[in-house]
Design a protein around this ligand. Sequence first.
Ligand code: AMP
Length: 282
Amino acid sequence: MIFLKIAKTKTELFNFLNPQRASNVKIGIVPTMGALHEGHLSLVNRSKTICDFTVVSIFVNPTQFNNHNDLLKYPKPIEQDIKMLEEAGCDLLFNPEVEEIYSPEEVWNYKVGTLDSLLEGEFRPGHYQGVTQIVNKLFELIKPQYAFFGQKDYQQFLVIKKMIQDLNLEIEIEACPIIREANGLAMSSRNIRLNAEERKMALVIHQSLLFLKENANQYPLNQLLNKAKEFYADHKLLKLEYLKICNIQTLQDMREKNKEVCIALIACFVGETRLIDNMILL
Ligand code: AMP
């Protein structure tokens, strides 16, 4: 087992990172909000195969929450997270407090562009302002050559990829596959909040995505989506926010299935818990 270094402050972070930079090692960053699961660990493993030094950040970033209750309820099992990172062979955990990251009157004016008004951007106004703000800060602090994100948050991956281009950052970004439980439920820190009945209901999300994938070439897309939405019709615990088939680069709605690869994306409340998932349709 590798000894996991933990930095709570920027000074501690620099003290750990400076010798690494001096010896020219490849640094990989895996930004997270903690309550770690196999999905997060798959990003750590990917970083370890490509990079010499893997940094995981755990920071529940207040600026990306548009729902204060969601922020307050966000799980923080830090001792368990540390154990998982030690076992995964992560080199350094950066786990700062909010005051270490933000000064009281800080502003961030990056223009996310059209991705900001679609899907997650539409339902969580300001979310990607907050996400780009924290990820850019982590990039500035850690100066990684590689950054690993999950396809689970596909729109976030596209937003960060664009920010890297817009700000001319010298960082390779990679999207890693969605890790699911054996029953198909995409792993998420928010799954902890589901009770037994909700867990069962949440399986509809994966089932409806599979239905779209398996039938993508059978029906016109409008009809196909309507059929998939029927999966949600009779379940009181499920409240669909969106279920869309989009262009995989721009996330604009697709009206017809041509030869392009597209992606089905979904956000759905299961009881009080909002879950997202997606699947690439060939
Ligand atoms: P979060 O802690 O939810 O902010 O997620 C941190 C990173 O882990 C993001 O890049 C997510 O896309 C990724 N991630 C979350 N869940 C999964 C999963 N089930 N499979 C793969 N990556 C994931």
